[in-house]
Ligand binder design. Structure first.
Ligand code: F6P
Length: 376
């Protein structure tokens, strides 16, 4: 037809790894931008977008598992995704399935499936584990674009990962709730946050909610110093204290606390238990009533904050811009307030952790008290 765009191209999209807020917004904007009719004419390409359920597991098992279950492939259109940005979690489902799992390498099958399904470009919305998979697929010739997401905000080469801001809001709101009961009983609450081996969530969550002490994985704490700080606080008239402990925080000379032995198929340990340990040590050392609370997956739940919705939008649109330019092997990123792109190779196997000299007061176990002095 004389008036129709010249080429047709199929985009596959999936979410992989832990869910968080902002994923649905990113997917909505990939779909809306790819299927935008006005842009279609300008580009001379007609895109279609196929959602892949349950992360890379869906790309491995492209056929329905049984007649009762739905297939793993969902053609997406603008009407379907219209309201998605308002909701948490992921409308496509997710999994921690790695095609490169050393115990069961399915990468050959996954790449064959990508070809068989005619997927010209694959958008992977993921954290470090999922984007490492994306990078390896890219090395093997798959046209991949990554969108960064994780409440841990521990990916290098980007100032933002979807889900972080909403998780900070959850921490702040939950601590506000704890304050009333802590104050009523003159108790100490040790609140455990997620974040794996990076302290961003505890540090910025602690700064947002005004925690008395913040323990992060990047600085091993001394139990003696901790109890000294708590006792000082009480002497200064504090009625109660809120202590935030990142799940990866550990006392000097100890390994991090794990909930179960071994690692998942992304090579991650299941961390947890530090808050309970710290609470017991404070009770023992100060005789003050101390309780622990683990915020756990609450931090990944709920409706996305305004910032996550907007960043999901920008990242989704930028991902399609890269596809249009055929600039594959990239992850969209936020750098100094601007959305751009970086090479997936540059983030492979790296984790961005808190720089203690810049962002942490190692004496007070809290955020720095001199901002202008520490900023370069
Ligand atoms: O990476 C995101 C994260 O929420 C971490 O902060 C946490 O350690 C982990 O995932 C929990 O994973 P799961 O959902 O498998 O329990």
């Amino acid at each position: 037809m004389a008036n129709s765009p010249k080429r047709k191209s199929r985009i596959g999209i999936l979410t992989s790894g832990g869910d968080c807020a902002g994923l649905n917004s990113a997917m909505k904007w990939v779909v809306k931008t790819a299927l935008d009719e006005r842009l279609e004419w300008e580009r001379g390409i007609q895109y279609e977008v196929i959602g892949i359920r349950d992360g890379f597991k869906g790309l491995y098992s492209t056929e329905p598992a049984s007649p009762d279950t739905e297939g793993y492939l969902v053609p997406l259109n603008q009407e379907m995704v219209r309201t998605w940005d308002r909701y948490g979690g992921t409308m496509l489902g997710t999994s921690r399935f790695s095609p490169y799992d050393p115990k069961n390498d399915t990468s050959k099958q996954v790449i064959e499936n990508i070809e068989r399904l005619g997927i010209d470009a694959l958008v992977v919305i993921g954290g470090d584990g999922s984007l490492a998979i994306a990078s390896r697929l890219s090395d093997q010739g798959v046209n991949v674009i990554g969108i960064p997401k994780t409440i841990d905000r521990d990916l290098p080469e980007t100032d933002y990962t979807l889900g972080f801001d909403t998780a900070l809001n959850v921490i702040t709101e939950e601590v506000d709730r704890l304050r009333t009961t802590a104050g009523s009983h003159k108790r100490i609450f040790v609140v455990e946050t997620m974040g794996r081996t990076a302290g961003w969530l505890a540090l910025e969550g602690g700064e947002s909610c005004g925690a008395f002490i913040i323990l992060i994985p990047e600085y091993d704490f001394s139990i003696e110093r901790l109890n000294e700080l708590v006792s000082e606080g009480r002497r200064a008239g504090a009625r109660y204290e809120i202590i935030l402990a990142a799940e990866g925080a550990k006392p000097e000379g100890c390994a991090e606390f794990v909930k179960e032995p071994g690692t998942d198929s992304f090579g991650h340990k299941a961390l947890g238990g530090v808050a309970e340990f710290v609470a017991a040590k404070i009770r023992e050392g100060t005789r003050l009533e101390t309780r622990s609370v683990v915020l756990s997956h609450l931090q990944r739940g709920g409706a996305p904050s305004a910032f996550d919705r907007r960043m999901g939008r920008h990242f989704g649109i930028a991902a399609v811009d890269l596809i249009v330019r055929q600039d594959f092997g990239k992850m969209v990123a936020l750098t100094n307030g601007k959305t751009g792109a970086v090479s997936l190779k540059d983030i492979y196997g790296k984790v961005r952790r808190v720089d203690v000299s810049q962002h942490y007061d190692a004496d007070r176990y809290n955020g720095p008290r001199s901002i202008l002095h520490t900023e370069s």
